[in-house]
Design a protein around this ligand. Structure first.
Ligand code: TRP
Length: 455
């Protein structure tokens, strides 16, 4: 019997969908990536642009994406084909979703390397290696960790196996529970860290850094970074949230749910930033523009000097690993569900094959922190940086433009209203922004940003 004849699994309640979507959105993007790219791009003005992008591009596209999944109840590629047929458009729109499938796999390949750092930091914390450590010592430990490619590959392999294990058994089982219990604990831990940073670190310096908007230092590639990150952090532009939307219970309101998830996601990122930067400014050997190691160098110093730091530190990195885990699943789900819904593969086979490709691509990223760290691609990027550039700066924004145009222009008002929980001016505002602001905003930022990077 073809797999697609089986009844389709569904999230068992509205809460579970919110939890799963939040689990996808809240991840390394919030805790690891946001602080480090905010630091690389000079803080304040970047943060403001990021917030504007969440509002004018992220949320409208996220609503559109959930709409596409919920309305069709199938995997992203088939969903787009179905919607294109329904609205009399060319089936070539499917390339929008196929690009998303590829983007998700490329993101997973390097996401897994960083998730591997978080996994590795759990036993490192327990070992007491960070007790009373100073900033120079913490940097040295992190660099030592990166120096061994085999070690990075080992943790990368473990993380890919963890991800595929869940994806193979089906994402709607089990996942909700992890998010329901563990994410609130992570949130509380972030608040504890924040308390520590307020009392021990340079808190007011950090607040000024993150929220004083100095536009003089803002370049177009920082603006593109902020836009790309708005997509990355909400898990949109590639079909992940569409895939999750296809499992959404009928009576769950789309727009309200999206707003809840986006608000939670943004709060976590800002709190992570406010917890990390006071420590950075109190540590002469760490720069805000430290790069990808910022989280892993700064926080262990805080844990090393707080009472119960071994316990809190180990718990923190365990929970960051779980946050990464609930996100990584959504990165590969569009690919796996496509293979399954097409009826040609079982979840097991699709999972092993597609997970294997991500694992292979990730090798290049593991080597980017040691043997092949030089920027050999266009003279600008190593493999890790290129994977991030290609997805966050190019594929997600382009996916976002296409989704905004597809849903904004190819569907009549009544077709949209039918599936939407908002009406009146709120609905009109969403549709207006999606049609007339989001696509052009992304196009302008995208072209100016790319020109700025390559010229
Ligand atoms: N949003 C996740 C994070 O912030 C990463 C992620 C999961 C993602 N699924 C995605 C990014 C889909 C882009 C597209 O860590």
């Amino acid at each position: 019997m073809a797999t697609n004849a089986l009844p389709r699994e569904a999230w068992n309640s509205r809460l579970t969908f919110i939890l799963a979507a939040t689990g996808s959105a809240v991840g390394l993007g919030n805790i690891w990536k946001f602080p480090y790219i905010a630091g690389e791009n000079g803080g304040g003005a970047f943060v403001l642009v990021y917030l504007v992008c969440i509002l004018l591009a992220g949320i409208p596209v996220m609503i559109a994406e959930v709409f596409m999944g919920k309305r069709t109840r199938t995997s992203p590629v088939l969903a787009v084909e179905k919607l294109a047929a329904e609205s009399g458009q060319s089936t070539r729109w499917r390339w929008m979703a196929i690009m998303g499938v590829i983007a998700g796999m490329v993101i997973l390949s390097y996401y897994s390397i960083v998730a591997g750092w978080a996994l590795a930091y759990f036993p490192k914390m327990i070992s007491g290696a960070f007790v009373a450590i100073d900033d120079a010592g913490s940097s040295a430990l992190f660099n030592e960790h990166l120096s061994n490619p085999w070690r990075l590959l080992g943790w990368h392999s473990l993380f890919i196996i963890m991800t595929m294990a869940v994806v193979i058994t089906g994402v709607t089982r089990g996942l909700g529970k992890a998010v329901e219990y563990l994410m609130p604990i992570l949130f509380v831990l972030l608040l504890i860290l924040l308390g520590f940073s307020i009392s021990q670190g340079e808190f007011s310096h950090a607040v000024k850094y993150l929220f004083a908007f100095d536009f003089g230092s803002l370049t177009m590639d920082s603006v593109l970074a902020a836009l790309g990150h708005a997509f990355f952090t909400l898990s949109i532009g590639m079909g992940a949230i569409m895939a999750y939307g296809s499992y959404m219970p009928e009576d769950t309101p789309i727009a309200k749910t999206v707003l809840t998830v986006a608000a939670l996601d943004t709060c976590v990122a800002l709190i992570a930033g406010l917890a990390i930067f006071p420590i950075v400014f109190a540590s002469p050997a760490i720069e805000p523009g430290e790069g990808a190691g910022l989280l892993f160098i700064s926080l262990p110093i805080a844990f090393g000097s707080m009472p119960g730091g071994i316990f809190f530190g180990a718990l923190f990195f365990a929970l960051v690993s779980v946050a990464a885990w609930t996100s990584s699943i959504s990165l590969i789900e569009p690919a796996v569900s496509w293979a399954v819904d097409k009826g040609k593969a079982t979840r097991l086979k699709a999972g092993i094959f597609l997970g294997g490709i991500c694992w292979l691509l990730g090798i290049g990223s593991a080597l980017s922190f040691n043997v092949y760290s030089d920027p050999w691609i266009f003279g600008l990027f190593n493999w890790f940086e290129f994977s991030d550039f290609l997805t966050s700066y190019v594929m997600l924004p382009v996916g976002g433009i296409l989704m905004a145009i597809f849903v904004g222009h190819m569907f009549g008002k009544s077709a949209l209203l039918e599936s939407m929980d908002i009406e009146g001016w709120l609905f009109d505002a969403w549709r207006f922004v999606l049609r007339w602001i989001t696509p052009d905003l992304i196009k302008i930022i995208f072209f100016l940003g790319i020109i700025n990077i390559f010229l």
